[in-house]
Design a protein around this ligand. Sequence first.
Ligand code: MD3
Ligand code: FE
Length: 218
Amino acid sequence: MSASLPLFDTTTPTDAREELAPGAWVLRGFALERAHALLHEIEHIAARSPFRHLLTPGGKTMSVAMTNCGNVGWFSDGRGYRYTEADPETGNSWPAMPDVFLRLAGNAARAAGFDGYAPDVCLINRYEVGTRLTLHRDHDERDRRAPIVSVSLGLPATFLWGGLARSDPQRRIPLGHGDVVVWGGPSRMRYHGVLPIKDGEHPLSGSRRFNLTFRTAR
Ligand code: MD3
Ligand code: FE
């Protein structure tokens, strides 16, 4: 952690900022300078709360492996989807949110017009080659006025971005290493997913993709 860094240290050229729809902003390369530090923190977090394949309430094993940091963590099993204060797998509290996570999320939210962003959880997804995330909405958070900030690291992905109804047409958005997306306002409750990750090697993450999603859950 680099507590001595100034608070607003991340800069991005405005031409790298693209509004996909009202409230939804892509910030290309916004996390690039911090990628190494972010991946390092992911290792620390996973040493305390390991990546695991959660069970859906329907009893299927998710192919994406997950862990969390922050005051709460997102969890799923036969009893349903929910946020928990302790990691059910270890019985310990979830690892604290690293400073570099909080600063990056706050800077990205501000670049998209959301000031005072205070996420209390970061869900960390780990994708192996072939892994996908089926179409869903994120509706387990109490405060839906707060945006979700997502950070892509490692192998690239094609993101599926739908509308407010499951059957609405979908756009395909390529997301690469260091890209950050802020999903707020009227875009917060759209359906979304990730197509199967293509085979490849990334110098920092090998044959994996990591995604951080910051949320205000409570
Ligand atoms: C669009 N993760 O963890 S992040 C998830 O790449 C999740 O791992 C994906 O969906 C990933 O729930 C996508 C992008 C994302 C997150 C929340 C959204 C896109 C969103 C909420 C509304 C609309
Ligand atoms: Fe999601």
